[in-house]
Ligand binder design. Structure first.
Ligand code: ZN
Ligand code: ZN
Length: 367
């Protein structure tokens, strides 16, 4: 008789559930009494539950693991919840790992926003911000594409900007967001910038038309691939690339391929406005204010590059590169107009040159 059987099963379940509930209540009662005993050893309260038929210590066969009650962190360990508990623990360890990673940072602590994308999690997941369960079958929450942080969509709005990109998620060097790259590699500036500039300065800055003459584009592409593949281990020495213009080309390409230009879209109008000021003193002041709008990693990279370009101009009699010439080369490379009509964009080019030229000449007072 299947109906009767199912009834028995149902009834059995119901009973065991009731028993389990009772048990939990008694357990907590016991627990509090035990606590009370510890606190005031003198007054021994009567224990109405001790020795009752469903005393957990007697092990009557009814276990909590059959109870459909929601898991509580304080509930006793049960076999059913064990895998989920261990999963939660692994999530916790990942949080701990994250914390230790952040502590051992050597490079300056640039603030970085997370790069959240809607994500479908396989298996149970807990929000790493509020520690609550992420409900649903698909698109339960969002995941940061740079550091792998998993949070609820609503929690993502309040998570602090403390993204610490992981090299497992940040695979490329070129066309990777600048702050993401330096945080992932734990460096002050993108390694491409440091390595190319160091290499150029070691070779000497006297080469005629430095930064103006373009190198063989296939070899520049080759340098890019080397950086993407080997990071700071990329070989850009004279043995690998004899032509100095390959190195300058690779550096310029790096800036051109940044998803957000070195002088960011947000700050762009302020730099253009500053360049439009005819009074040199006021223009410098306005540029100084505009620099404050740049993210710290961008500002630091710009400062380093400008100091280098200044040294390039100090060799002008050999390389024939003045700050004006470098402004022409680097203007559109470092500054890109945020979606403007063709006319305004064309008009801006003049001011972009002027911005870079002014930054190079006044590098020592501006930064
Ligand atoms: Zn992140
Ligand atoms: Zn949450």
């Amino acid at each position: 008789m299947p109906s009767r059987e199912s009834y028995i099963v149902k009834r059995g379940k119901k009973q065991s559930r009731r028993r389990a509930e009772k048990e939990t209540g008694q357990r907590s009662a016991l627990f509090t009494t035990a606590l009370g005993l510890n606190v005031s050893a003198g007054s021994i309260p009567s224990l109405p539950v001790s020795g009752s038929p469903s005393d957990p210590s007697k092990g009557s066969g009814t276990r909590l693991n059959r109870a459909p009650a929601p898991p509580k962190p304080t509930s006793p360990a049960s076999t059913f919840w064990q895998p989920i508990r261990s999963f939660a623990l692994s999530q916790l360890t990942s949080l701990v790992r994250r914390a230790t990673l952040r502590e051992s940072d050597l490079a300056p602590k640039y603030e970085k926003v997370h790069n959240f994308k809607v994500h479908t999690f396989r298996g149970p997941h807990w929000c790493e911000y509020c520690a609550n369960f992420m409900w649903g079958l698909i698109a339960q929450g969002v995941k940061c594409a740079d550091c792998g942080l998993n949070v609820h969509k609503q929690c993502s709005k309040v998570v602090p900007n403390d993204c610490q990109p992981d090299l497992r998620h940040v695979k490329k060097v070129y066309s990777c967001d600048l702050t993401t790259l330096v945080k992932a590699h734990n460096t002050k500036r993108p390694m491409v910038v440091d390595m190319c500039i160091q290499e150029l300065e070691a070779r000497g800055l006297q080469s005629e038309g430095l930064y103006r003459i373009s190198g063989f584009s296939e070899l520049i592409e080759d340098v890019k691939l080397a950086f993407d593949r080997d990071g700071e281990k990329a070989d850009i020495s004279t043995n690998a690339y004899e032509d100095i213009n390959i190195i300058t080309g690779a550096l310029k390409l790096y800036f051109r391929e940044l998803p957000i230009p070195l002088i960011t879209y947000d700050a762009h109008p302020r730099f253009i406005d500053a360049a439009k000021i005819s009074d040199p003193e006021k223009r410098l002041e306005a540029l100084h204010e505009a620099l404050k709008l740049l993210p710290p990693a961008h500002c630091e990279t710009l400062r380093y590059l400008m100091a280098h370009l200044k040294r390039v101009t100090q060799n002008e009699k050999d390389n024939l590169m003045s700050s004006e010439n470098l402004g022409i080369v680097f203007g559109p490379t470092l500054m890109r107009a945020p979606e403007l009509d063709a006319m305004t964009a064309l008009n801006d080019i003049r001011y972009q040159r002027l911005v870079v030229e002014t930054l190079i000449t006044n590098e020592d007072v501006l930064f």
